[in-house]
Write a protein that binds this ligand. Structure first.
Ligand code: SAM
Length: 259
């Protein structure tokens, strides 16, 4: 497939004042400029290769390979076969992390994403990567979906480049965590600031409580450069791989329901 090359321009002023989810670029197509925000996934995904060109080529994101590599090493240390893993990939997008898992030979990989455009892009660009892909908001999981996902006997949850910043909220992540069988594996990455004491957002509180509670046994925690910002600064994330010991208890889940 010949990869289309897009004409992407980043803004030049006051970049440091933009939060990560406010960043944008100008795309010139047929002489017409369109401003697209980084988190406007429907605009990104509907153009084949634009997401990859923006985040992976220009901004040097390496998280899918990094997190998959750490997961592979942790499993090896624990004498678990990757080929036996049944993974739920939350925030699957157009399938970049699913592709890593697929080439690692996992037994099953199930995608979930809130965006129909993400699913369409995955079918278009990486067909056959997922054994099933649900366009669904796990914040409000009904019993039918819970049973459907449980029927896949998930023993690993992955969530890459999708937590926080207006992406996957804590309730969706917690619901997905609780779908994983006990002793299953959890692999995700998260911006370093979410682990600061000073961050009191619901999301930060949930992740810190998971990291420091008995619900998850941490096997690997690594700070690394997730990508660069549009003005060339490194953006550091933590990659986390752990073993689920038990589900997030009801009294904590109830609190996540409160705004
Ligand atoms: C930056 S992309 C990451 C995609 C993929 N994991 C990767 O590594 O390329 C974030 C994805 O999270 C999805 N997302 C945002 N909010 C979500 C939610 N509440 N539930 C499920 N997916 C969500 C977006 O639609 C988007 O596809």
């Amino acid at each position: 497939m010949v990869q289309q090359k897009y004409n992407i321009k980043f803004p030049v002023t006051e970049l440091h004042q933009l939060a990560q989810d406010e960043a944008f670029f100008t795309l010139t197509e047929n002489g017409k400029d369109t401003i697209i925000r980084f988190h406007d996934y429907s605009e990104l995904y509907k153009r084949p290769g634009l997401y990859e060109q923006l985040f992976y080529q220009r901004l040097k994101c390496n998280s899918p390979s990094k997190v998959c590599d750490i997961l592979r090493r942790v499993l090896k240390k624990n004498k678990v076969e990757m080929t036996e893993l049944r993974v739920l990939d939350l925030g699957a997008g157009n399938g970049l992390f699913g592709e890593q898992l697929h080439s690692g030979g996992v037994a099953r990989v199930i995608g979930v994403d809130i965006s129909k455009e993400a699913y369409n892009a995955c079918e278009r660009d990486r067909p056959g990567i997922y054994d099933a892909y649900f366009v669904y908001d796990l914040c409000n999981m009904d019993e039918k979906m819970r049973e459907e996902l449980l029927s896949w006997r998930i023993d690993c949850l992955s969530c890459v480049a999708a937590l926080g910043f207006g992406d996957i909220p804590e309730k969706a992540f917690a619901n997905a965590f609780n779908l994983v069988s006990d002793s299953g594996w959890i692999a995700f990455n998260i911006k370093e600031s979410f682990l600061l004491d000073s961050d009191t957002s619901g999301f930060s509180i949930l992740i810190k409580s998971l990291l420091f509670s008995d619900a998850m046994e941490i096997h690997h925690l690594e700070r690394y450069r997730h990508r660069i910002s549009i003005d060339g600064r490194p953006l550091f994330y933590y990659a986390v791989v752990g073993k689920k010991m038990f589900s997030i208890p009801a009294h904590i889940m109830d609190k996540l329901d409160k705004p």
